[in-house]
Design a protein around this ligand. Structure first.
Ligand code: HEM
Length: 482
């Protein structure tokens, strides 16, 4: 399907006409142009970019010629709420330093143990009782909404050291705190800024109207929440230091960063702590809940996959007398089929559906396309997960088996092909955490409950920076007889 190019407005017309279905439309367009094309926006907007789903191009810009591709000046403006957080960092030297600090923190055993304990506790105290209650009252529930609350609570507990308890243990008490709602508005604004010419959203920002007005209000609410968390953590740290008390919450990200700063004589000011904490809460909550929602939808609509996952849980996590073997890293390592099913969900529904890079010097892509300095290259992670050239003729099918070798091990697919977590030096820092959290939830929920999507409930991807299910995941929950 070719783009029509009109005078003055360029190809924007087609893009806007297909906005509601943009991800699948991009697949058709990319197929037509052999995987890569030059998009030309209106002449007055500087909206020209290269769109690609060619894995060799993606390998080139994310890895082989990494130093030539930054975030570009637009990125920092659009994502200004991330402040100096790593996602916004566009100075190679500063980014490398920050990445190495954060990477080493995430490798620490005590942070990993703290994360697993926090998830386990919240599962036992909130999510399982919540689903129990839902099944007892027999009402439908939006599982995506509940999972978003759950992952938000986990992210705040692990990164801010504060549990907002936005997921209650009874679904009749389900509410949405103001700062959680604010985080959704911020996500919407990020998308709005991507598809609106810069001068227009800047004007809206200046006049404080439309989405930009909502954005400013949401920013104030969320900032207040973040700075309160930072202040509370400082107070707690000072109290513990003076009494020499060791607190379990010392293992949350804010606590660890403050400790690290104190040991290395590095100043961790409130702004740095706020920016880093926000980056992790934002990168590590909505993404996981969206992935889990797609995963549960796919599993509930593929009963043979569900049966195999249950069989695997029974063989590896349940004792002969029917009680749980403590499900730790070792048991999870054996859940190969579940791992394949999670990879499949992330392949078909990568929760960050697009990514982009901006060229510093001129270059030529492996596809032969010329890149001038400052050219934006947009790659569709969504289209890459559905390409026959990478995944074969059955690329549209949900088949966990494709991830398992004949000897029963996980097949490694290079990250420029399985792109959900991005590729190269700037790939996602939270990939391991994501798999841990998704596996813990999948095992705990699938073993105890059966989900049935409410008849006629539409399942379509939302057009946003995070690929959620447009109208949520409405399900009926029943307890399994295990
Ligand atoms: C399903 C879950 C997730 C997906 C699909 C995902 C995907 C991604 C992608 C595509 C990027 C590259 C973004 C860019 O180029 O700007 C990224 C970066 C990043 N992710 Fe994730 N992510 C997930 C979960 C997490 C979690 C749980 C955390 C935190 C614990 C996290 C932390 C980060 C950070 C800090 C970066 C920036 C890395 C850098 O710039 O060096 N992500 N993620």
């Amino acid at each position: 399907m070719p783009f029509t190019k009109l005078p003055i407005i360029g190809m924007l017309h087609d893009l806007l006409l297909n906005l509601s279905n943009i991800h699948d439309y991009a697949i058709l367009v990319l197929k037509h142009y052999g995987g890569t094309l030059m998009f030309e926006g209106p002449w007055f907007t500087n909206m020209n970019f290269i769109l690609t789903a060619d894995p060799m191009n993606v390998h080139h810009i994310t890895t082989k010629n990494f130093s030539n591709y930054g975030k570009g000046s637009n990125f920092g403006e659009i994502f200004e709420f991330f402040g100096g957080g790593i996602i916004n960092s566009d100075n190679l030297h500063a980014w490398k330093q920050e990445r190495s600090i954060l990477h080493s923190l995430f490798q620490r055993q005590n942070l990993k143990i703290f994360l697993r304990k926090t998830i386990q506790k919240k599962l036992e105290n909130d999510l399982i009782p919540f689903l129990d209650h839902t099944s007892e009252v027999g009402t439908e529930v939006d599982l995506q909404f509940a999972l978003r609350r759950f992952t938000f609570d986990i992210a705040c507990s692990c990164f801010l050291g504060y549990d907002p308890h936005s997921l209650p243990n009874k679904n009749t008490k389900l509410s949405q705190p103001a700062y959680e709602r604010a985080s959704v508005v911020i996500e919407e604004s990020l998308f709005h800024r991507h598809i609106t010419p810069r001068f227009l959203w800047k004007l809206q920002e200046w006049l404080q109207i439309g989405q930009e007005k909502k954005h400013t209000e949401a920013k104030e609410i969320f900032d207040k929440f973040l700075y309160e968390c930072v202040a509370a953590k400082r107070e707690e740290k000072n109290r513990c230091n003076s009494t020499k008390e060791v607190h379990e919450s010392d293992h949350d990200l804010l606590g660890v960063l403050m400790e690290e700063g104190a040991q290395k004589g590095r100043i961790m000011d409130n702004k740095y702590l706020r920016d880093t904490a926000f980056t992790f809460v934002s990168a590590g909550s909505g993404t996981i809940s969206a992935s889990l929602s797609w995963f549960f939808w796919l599993v509930s609509t593929h009963p043979h996959v569900e049966a195999k996952i249950l069989e695997e849980i029974k063989d590896n996590c349940i004792d002969q007398d029917g009680s749980w073997i403590a499900s730790g890293v070792e048991e999870f390592g054996k859940l190969v089929y579940l791992h394949g099913a999670i990879c499949e969900a992330l392949r078909l529904f990568p929760t960050v559906p697009y990514d982009h890079k901006c060229a510093i010097k001129s270059d030529t892509l492996p596809s032969g396309h010329h890149v001038s300095p400052n050219t934006m290259i947009l790659y569709s992670l969504y289209a890459m997960g559905r390409m026959e050239q990478i995944w074969g003729h059955d690329c549209m099918e949900f088949k966990p088996e494709r991830w398992i070798s004949e000897s029963g091990d996980i097949i490694h697919v290079p990250s420029h092909k399985f792109i959900a977590f991005n590729a190269g030096p700037r790939s996602c820092l939270g990939k391991d955490i994501t798999f841990t959290e998704m596996k813990m939830l999948a095992v705990a929920i699938l073993w105890r409950f059966q989900m049935k999507v409410v008849d006629g409930h539409p399942i379509t991807p939302r057009v946003s920076v995070v690929l959620t299910i447009e109208q949520g995941l409405k399900v009926m929950v029943t307890k399994r007889c295990t």
